[in-house]
Design a binder for this molecule. Structure first.
Ligand code: CP
Length: 321
């Protein structure tokens, strides 16, 4: 049984990009495209989710994901509750599932959940009531599906021919849920040339199993790439020392004006954020003419609107076969 799809293959929850078909990913991106104009309207909302209740339940910190999910829900006219961990009964030791059950009893339609544990989103989905959908906003090092979808959406707006792309994902791949989700998403869309560039201590365990090509040398890994995606060094997930020094890491793997020279002339530079300035990426690259990092942030609203709208639409009685 596929936990995130219904019997018609439509989204019921969004837990991972693994196993999503290219057609379904494209439908999400097309739906997101239709929502882009909402952000340019004087009144920035449409009534699609009026009367629906969405709870942001973030057990880990977030700036981009939490705020863009909130704005996305509000632009769809849903009622949004941002659950505050600080000051909640979590401080008295309340179990995560009891928190879910308690909020679920308030006629919530959808939870957007970020959690430190791998597989947490699927765990919540297995225990949620049948009228509730779970959207994974990042679980441990496992998956961050809406980040991958907004990355694919951003790439498609600049480079629509996925089959011709050369994508290099650079940095702390070992701890990156973004890398995992991007690989599945890009492959579903037909990208065949995906390179993973990382020092040996931060390389994913079995890149060949995911049909991606590992590199330890930045210049070789990004040669002729037309998408270079930097990843944050995730110090909070490193339980032992993985790099010699930040200076050495920057010298070998940092995206700088000079280090990007081997990439294609039309390369776009991406980063899911937050960035470690002057470590994995320099400020003038992050905010320079080839960067689409802030577009990624903006596009996150339309992509998250698309996912929420599609899931609620799939749950309408008239759409349930
Ligand atoms: N990209 C991302 O997940 O950023 P936040 O942690 O700020 O949400």
């Amino acid at each position: 049984m596929n936990l995130q799809l219904d019997e018609q293959g439509r989204l019921r929850h969004l837990l991972t990009t693994e196993g999503l078909s290219g057609a379904l990913v494209s439908e999400i991106l097309d739906t997101a495209e239709s929502f882009i104009p909402v952000g340019d309207q004087a009144v920035k909302n449409v009534p699609l989710l009026r009367g629906r209740t969405i709870v942001n339940l973030f057990f880990e910190p977030s700036t981009r994901t939490r705020t863009t999910f909130e704005l996305a829900a509000k632009r769809l006219s849903a009622d949004v509750l941002n659950f505050q961990m600080e000051g909640s009964s979590k401080a008295k030791g309340e179990d995560d599932l009891d928190t879910l059950y308690t909020l679920q009893a308030m006629q919530v339609d959808m939870f957007v959940i970020r959690h430190r544990a791998n597989g947490a989103a699927a765990h919540f989905a297995r225990h949620a009531a049948s009228h509730v959908s779970i959207l994974n906003a990042g679980d441990g090092t496992n998956a961050h599906p809406t980040q991958a979808l907004l990355d694919a959406f951003t790439i498609r707006r600049h480079k629509p021919d996925f089959a011709r792309l050369k994508v290099a994902i650079v940095g702390d791949v070992l701890h990156s849920r973004v890398a995992q989700s991007n690989i599945h998403c890009l492959k579903a869309l037909g990208v065949t040339d995906i390179r993973i560039v990382a020092p040996p201590a931060l390389m994913m365990e079995n890149p060949r199993a995911l049909d991606v090509t590992p590199f330890h040398d930045l210049a070789t890994g990004i040669r002729d790439a037309n998408v270079v995606m930097a990843l944050r060094l995730q110090h909070e997930r490193m339980h032992e020392r993985k790099i010699e020094s930040l200076e050495r890491y920057r010298a070998e793997y940092g995206l700088t004006h000079d280090s990007l020279a081997p990439a294609a002339a039309d390369v776009i530079i991406m980063h899911p954020g937050p960035i470690n300035r002057g470590v994995e990426i320099d400020e003038d690259v992050a905010y320079g003419p080839r960067s689409v990092i802030l577009e990624q942030v903006s596009n996150g609203i339309a992509v998250r609107m698309a996912v929420m709208a599609m899931i609620i639409r799939n749950r309408e009685p008239s759409n349930i076969a």
